[in-house]
Design a protein around this ligand. Sequence first.
Ligand code: SF4
Ligand code: SF4
Length: 65
Amino acid sequence: MAYHILEDCISCGVCMPECPEGAISEGSPYIIDPKLCTECGACAEVCPVDACRPAPKKTIGTTPG
Ligand code: SF4
Ligand code: SF4
């Protein structure tokens, strides 16, 4: 399981340089590559709208389970 970015994302770009794995890509919303994410939580700490979450709830483009 990796962090996900919710549709609340305002594409501010703050999280991208904070990711030590380079797992975050630009987009609307921004995208986290689950193969690279180590769940360090750095993105969640800096996100102004709390869109980086450890568990998928209303994420885009994923299926439950
Ligand atoms: S939890 Fe850490 S590794 Fe995963 S996307 Fe966020 S900053 Fe990158
Ligand atoms: S910090 Fe939050 S609002 Fe800004 S681009 Fe990243 S996920 Fe989106």
